[in-house]
Design a protein around this ligand. Structure first.
Ligand SMILES: O=C[C@H](O)COP(=O)(O)O
Length: 246
């Protein structure tokens, strides 16, 4: 599975060109799941261009409540209204810049599943946590917050994305071996509660996934795909990464 996270980029004309290029470039690649998560104002456009293609679409966040006086927020059903299949939950940029706590992220995960949208649950350590050697402690804490809220059966309704924060946007991602080790730790922790769920849940990798490193990362046994930022903004690069997963 390969998901493009456009973050806060795009305009109607640029989006149209990129989306149409992706539809054409991936038309014959049907052995993997593909999606793009676009800024909320462009969901209508993603739906219009991607409907009927083999590329799904989704949001980059949503509120944990199903409605209310939360100016500027997006309610879960609003993503459903635009045909979203996915929503990114707990991205490190929101955890840091919007102070999203583990309990809030877990609540968002639960509500996404409730309204029928597959959450892409992001977890990962900061550079400081990596250098302090507490990566496993951090991702375990983040994972456990969701597991304790929804249980393994609820977790199975989502997709995980391990994104070492220190690799995001830097052009220097984790090595395949480094990434595999943490993916395996995450899967083993889930297996402690439910082996079947652990065996089937997708764990994507994010953090400077590029054309140059995608195939190696995707060849790792516990890496089931990629959550791609920068490279998803360039049609040829994102298509090449998607094809590597096919
Ligand atoms: O959601 C995507 C991740 O933040 C990775 O972004 P990046 O590929 O630009 O490092």
């Amino acid at each position: 599975m390969v998901v493009g996270n456009w973050k806060m980029y795009g305009n109607l004309a640029w989006n149209k060109t990129l989306l149409e290029s992706l539809v054409e470039g991936l038309r014959d690649y049907r052995n993997a799941d593909y999606a793009v998560c676009v800024p909320t104002p462009y969901l209508f456009q993603a739906q219009a261009v991607l409907a009927g293609s083999n590329i799904a679409w989704g949001g980059q966040n949503m509120h944990q409540f199903e409605g209310g006086a939360f100016t500027g927020s997006v309610a879960p059903h609003m993503l459903v209204d635009f045909g979203c299949s996915y929503v990114i939950i707990g991205h490190s940029e929101r955890r840091e810049l919007c102070y999203e706590s583990d309990p809030v992220v877990a609540a968002k995960f639960e509500v996404a599943v409730k309204v029928g949208i597959k959450p892409i649950f992001c977890l990962g350590e900061t550079r400081e946590e990596y250098e302090a050697g507490i990566t496993e402690e951090v991702v375990a804490r983040q994972l456990d917050a969701v597991l304790s809220r929804v249980g393994p059966d609820g977790l199975a309704e989502g997709v995980l994305a391990y994104e070492p924060v220190w690799a995001i946007g830097t052009g220097r991602g984790a090595s395949p071996a480094q990434a595999q080790a943490v993916h395996a730790f995450i899967r083993e922790r889930i297996a402690e509660q439910d082996f079947e769920v652990a065996s089937h849940i997708k764990i994507l990798h994010g953090g400077s996934v590029r054309v140059a490193n995608a195939a190696q990362l995707l060849s790792m046994p516990d890496i089931d795909g990629a959550l791609v930022g920068n490279a998803s903004l360039v049609a040829d690069q994102f298509i090449a990464i998607c094809r590597a997963a096919n």
